[in-house]
Design a protein around this ligand. Structure first.
Ligand code: CA
Length: 664
């Protein structure tokens, strides 16, 4: 309703023809400001502000003593300056103070805003804070480095939400639901198994992908005792950490320092940190910080002037406009430099244009070549941005330094995400073999993969295997345990765990980069809730007693990750290598068999034979004679070998992987 009212007033001053032509045409005339000193600079000459607001008639800066509920100390009229910016200054370093901007446009003063570049904020992100960032650095920060990786597909990614990971009483963690949870060593559950950061080390993942950790809108930071939960896909202040994950949201330095301590702790333990970033939409429309600093500019609109909504969240941003593009690029650069972030996951990346994403990747690689970028190569609705310019999965070949999630392999392995009861290859549904093969070759061009039989994409869209993220489960939709319970209603959990092992064995041995959802390794669930974005901790928090109950599942995941990390054959970097070294045997319904040949990618193993039996019957296969080591068999795995075989006729147990390897 709010949107419609705003439009009515705009419509009075414009002809409908103008709208029909292009309601956004006027923004092309806005000057952009390329400097990185937007909004706040504190140095020896004092405190300076520079707000970008080209169409403003006046801009006011208000200084406050605290982050909320106090009266202004003073108000400064800002002066028009270069390239659509407005400036103000003070000779003192105003550390400890807070500020907001107010913009007057079309004869009306808009609500106060901390701006779009607040790097520190007070309670609930209402006012920007002036803090000394040099005092937020943990000891040894100057030497802090994330893990070095040559290629993105050397990573094993673990997606987690701060509360999921530590909130449950069984975590044994003191700073539950906080950044600091990941700084606590030697935490255990009631039966003595490692939790927290020690669990991550034991599992062997290389990177954690943290769900949105910038300041988001939904959780009331003034009422943390209410234990509110949200995924955080409702951005408020893009360049400051979320307050509810800090021990004191009223102290602007605390959230900054504690997030850095989290990064440092993970880095000290050899684990990288990937941030989930959501530049594609904001929590509010007219009241967002974008709208309150430069109304209209940062968003795309429909021909009738209403907000277009490719995000499904009420609006979509306009990366194709210079100042928005610069905002995204400078924002990720800031997180990489100030917080030492090792990777970025772009939510609904296809709302952004290809050119912006290429510039994002290039800017990050310049800071640190080990930083990588991946995203959801789709939108959640239509967009005025032409399809050929969208950073879509199908356009990923035009973005050589970026990877996309493979919904192909995801839905083929476990069944379609929109139908809880639907099964996939690993749960006994035949006919999906060719789509699983698309996943195995990471959507690259391969002479033995028939893309016309793919369930989803019909052509080899990746230019290299480094452009694909393979997964079967993430925070969205039914996570793996729940999907298996809904699609295998008559099975036992032991049978479902077999299916989970097969599913993840396919993911972790495929070309591309593997990605798992936190807690799957101990068979956690979310009580069947498919969209738990604001469900309570009782749904979302990982029950760490499951690590004891499902110790064998954990052991399997751990060994599977070890296998992948020890063998570069699973991590080829070119389409040519994949086409040359992966040789599929005849595919049958429910059965996929292939070899990775000739010491692929410098592997010590001459040949690796992988057979996936997705059916519920035992299957017989013929293996060439040789001195094979059995790596995986009948739901068990050991990277160093479970035994040996000379090949010949072998049986593959139902719902399991048989992996054999030979050195010559
Ligand atoms: Ca917040």
């Amino acid at each position: 309703m709010k949107i419609l009212n705003a439009l009515t007033s705009i419509a009075l001053c414009c002809t409908m023809e103008t709208f029909a032509a292009n309601p956004d045409a006027k923004y092309a005339d806005y000057p952009s400001y390329a400097g990185e000193d937007l909004e706040l600079t504190v140095d020896n000459s004092g405190t300076r502000w520079r707000l970008w607001s080209p169409a403003a008639e006046a801009v006011r800066l208000t200084i406050y003593p605290t982050g909320s509920n106090t009266k202004a100390e003073r108000t400064i009229d800002m002066t028009r300056s270069d390239n659509g910016t407005w400036v103000a200054s003070s000779p003192e370093k105003l550390y400890g103070k807070y500020y907001t901007f107010s913009v007057k446009q079309d004869g009306k003063w808009l609500k106060e805003t901390p701006g779009v570049w607040a790097k520190a904020v007070g309670l609930n992100g209402e006012r920007a804070a002036i803090i000394d960032f040099s005092e937020t650095n943990p000891e040894g920060w100057a030497q802090d480095r994330g893990p070095a990786i040559a290629h993105i597909n050397d990573a094993v990614i673990y997606e987690m939400h701060h509360r999921d990971f530590s909130e449950h009483p069984s975590s044994g963690i003191a700073n539950k639901g906080k950044f600091l949870a990941l700084t606590e060593p030697s935490t255990v559950n009631s039966t003595g198994e490692a939790t927290g950061i020690d669990h991550l080390k034991e599992l062997g993942v290389t990177h954690v992908h943290i769900l949105p950790s910038y300041d988001y809108n939904s959780v009331d930071e003034a009422n943390l005792q209410a234990n509110q939960y949200n995924w955080g896909y409702d951005p408020l202040n893009y360049n400051a950490p979320e307050g509810s994950y800090s021990t004191n949201p009223s102290d602007p330095s605390a959230r900054v320092r504690e997030m850095k301590e989290m990064v440092k702790s993970l880095h000290d333990n050899g684990i990288g940190v990937i941030m989930d970033v959501v530049y594609n939409h904001t929590a509010d429309n007219d009241d967002s910080n974008f709208s309150l600093t430069s109304p209209g500019y940062y968003y795309r609109h429909r021909n009738d002037g209403s907000y277009s909504d490719a995000s499904g969240c009420g609006n979509e941003t306009a990366s194709d406009r210079q100042q928005m593009r610069d905002f995204i690029i400078n924002s990720v650069k800031y997180w990489a430099k100030e917080y030492h972030i090792d990777g970025f996951r772009f939510d609904l990346m296809a709302i952004h244009d290809i050119e912006t994403m290429n510039q994002v990747a290039a800017a990050l690689k310049e800071i640190n070549p080990d930083i990588f970028v991946y995203g959801e190569g789709w939108t959640a609705g239509d967009s005025p941005l032409p399809v050929e310019r969208r950073a879509l999965k199908e356009n990923v070949a035009k973005m050589p330094q970026i990877a996309v999630f493979s919904d192909d392999i995801r839905d083929a392995i476990k069944g379609h995400y929109t139908d809880a009861a639907d099964r996939g290859f690993a749960t006994g549904k035949p006919g999906l073999e060719e789509t699983v093969k698309i996943g195995i070759v990471a959507a690259t061009d391969h002479p033995q993969v028939d893309y016309s039989k793919g369930n989803n994409s019909k052509f080899p869209y990746a230019a290299a295997p480094t452009q694909i993220i393979n997964y079967v489960s993430c925070h969205d939709d039914l996570m793996l345990t729940d999907k298996l319970r809904k699609s295998m209603p008559d099975a036992t959990d032991a049978e479902r765990q077999r299916a989970a092992r097969l599913a993840q064995t396919i993911v972790l041995t495929s070309q591309g980069t593997p990605f798992i959802f936190a807690g799957e390794e101990i068979f956690r669930d979310k009580k069947g809730v498919h969209n738990s974005y604001k469900s309570p901790d009782s749904i979302n928090a990982i029950d760490w007693t499951l690590k004891h109950a499902n110790a064998e599942q954990m052991a399997y995941y751990k060994e599977l990750i070890k296998l992948r990390k020890e063998h570069p054959a699973f991590r080829m970097t070119t389409t040519e290598d994949v086409a040359k070294h992966i040789k599929f045997d005849k595919t049958e319904p429910g059965l996929i068999s292939y070899s990775i040949t000739d010491n692929a990618n410098g592997d010590a193993w001459k040949e690796i034979k992988l057979i996936f039996n997705g059916s519920e019957e035992q299957r017989e296969v013929k293996i060439p004679r040789g001195n094979w080591t059995i790596i995986a068999e009948d739901g068990r795995i050991n990277a160093s070998g479970l035994g040996t075989t000379k090949g010949g006729k072998l049986t593959v147990a139902p719902t399991s992987a048989l992996i054999l390897a030979k050195e010559k």
